[in-house]
Design a protein. Structure first.
Lengths: 131, 267
């Protein structure tokens, strides 16, 4: 290889520059702000429609199923595994308990950089603070 | 020398794939573990929800003799628009309407008759979505965002509407409105029970499907103090609408088009 010394130095300099953001972050960076969920309190709000693990991974799929069932099939009642019945409604059921969107939904959505457009139409607050 | 560089590049490539693949294995493994809840948990029960079924064929009869007594009455319009968060944009170009009023001669183009009784001829009649038996809007919708339910209601799925406005062009009654702008700032008082719409979707009367599911009559029927609006099941020969239609002469808007409208006007 001709000029192998220069090429090797060049490659090393390139790698250091290219990966410098990683080293900088490891040395001086602040860790990303972790989501901090505020869970609903109150006696009648202890049971979610599904388990917390299921909801954490799949709430968006459940909401899609609900949407399909209510709008297209006309079924509006959801029975949990324990037999408790809920109306399939984002505003009336989910937001009734998780009444603070900024302290619950937005925490993870912002952390992950997803912006669901549910709230373009559905009312996110029973208190009706519409901007 | 050449051989060595070739080997180095191959190894480097493989290593890069290996490093990046490791990250995704976790995600993929988790993804396959996704489970949909069992079917019996997600199906509705008859607790408070009345199921959509073909035994019903919802229709409305409007008794114009009762309706036209008070010309300025807009109770049905106000009740409907408040219940469903219909915006008042205040500009006819962007207007959103579920119920509105039209001159008799414009509403019933083919029924125009100068010598008919003046209290009917010169007044405005309330106009609704006709929930046609043969709805042209449904035929043209490319996404099935609008469709005819088993009980005859021409429904809208605002999640699925892509805003192409074929249905607006197809509807011969002008029953459909398009949201040219975000409607939320124009809703005076938001009813939280019902969603608003967003920019780029078409909306219209849904015969209050959310109220029917609870066994309630449509909001306009409930709000009409003159009892001019009667809602009922056409499939039931003993229903109030069938009785009214049997006893009285009724007209419909543009019946010649073959859409078979299910809003009847008693004259």
């Amino acid at each position: 290889m001709y000029d192998s010394g220069k090429i090797l130095i060049g490659i090393i300099v390139f790698l250091i520059l290219f990966t410098s953001p990683i080293w900088y972050d490891l040395a001086f960076g602040n860790p990303a702000k972790k989501p901090n969920l505020v869970l609903p309190t109150g006696e009648d709000q202890q049971e979610c429609v599904m388990s917390a693990e299921y909801m954490r991974d799949n709430h968006m799929e459940l909401l899609n199923i609900w949407r399909e069932d209510v709008v297209r099939n006309g079924n509006r009642i959801f029975a949990t595994a324990s037999g408790k019945k809920f109306e399939m409604s984002l505003t009336k059921t989910c937001i009734h308990c998780h009444s603070n969107k900024t302290e619950f939904c937005d925490q993870c959505h912002n952390y992950l950089g997803v912006s669901p457009y549910c709230w373009d139409c559905h009312i996110d607050s029973p208190k009706l603070e519409i901007k | 020398m050449d051989n060595n560089r070739r080997k180095f590049l191959k190894l480097a490539g493989l290593a890069a794939i290996g490093v990046s693949a490791g990250k995704y294995i976790d995600i993929i493994a988790k993804d396959t573990a996704h489970q949909i809840p069992p079917a019996d948990l997600i199906s509705g029960t008859e607790l408070t929800s009345i199921k959509v079924n073909s035994k019903n064929r919802w229709a409305m009869v409007i008794d114009l003799n009762k309706c036209l007594v008070d010309e300025d009455c807009t109770k049905c319009i106000n009740a409907c628009h408040k219940t469903h968060n219909v915006p008042d944009i205040g500009n006819p170009k962007d207007e959103i309407k579920w119920i509105w009023k039209e001159n008799y001669e414009n509403a019933f183009l083919d029924q125009e008759n100068y010598y008919m009784k003046a209290e009917l001829r010169d007044k405005k009649v309330p106009i609704f979505c006709n929930h046609c038996d043969n709805p042209p809007c449904v035929r043209v919708c490319p996404t099935q965002a609008t469709w005819k339910r088993e009980d005859g209601i021409v429904m809208m799925d605002w999640h699925r509407c892509i805003g192409c406005r074929y249905c607006v062009a197809a509807c011969p009654y002008g029953s459909r409105s398009f949201n040219y702008r975000d409607p939320r700032p124009f809703i005076k008082e938001i009813t939280p029970d019902f969603p608003t719409r967003t920019k780029g979707v078409v909306e219209k009367c849904t015969f209050c499907d959310e109220r029917l599911a609870k066994g309630l009559e449509p909001a306009c029927v409930e709000a009409c103090t003159a009892k001019a609006l009667v809602f009922g099941n056409l499939n039931d020969p003993k229903s109030n609408v069938r009785e009214l239609l049997k006893e009285n002469y009724s007209i419909r808007r543009k019946p010649g088009l073959g859409t078979n409208p299910e809003i009847f006007y008693l004259v």
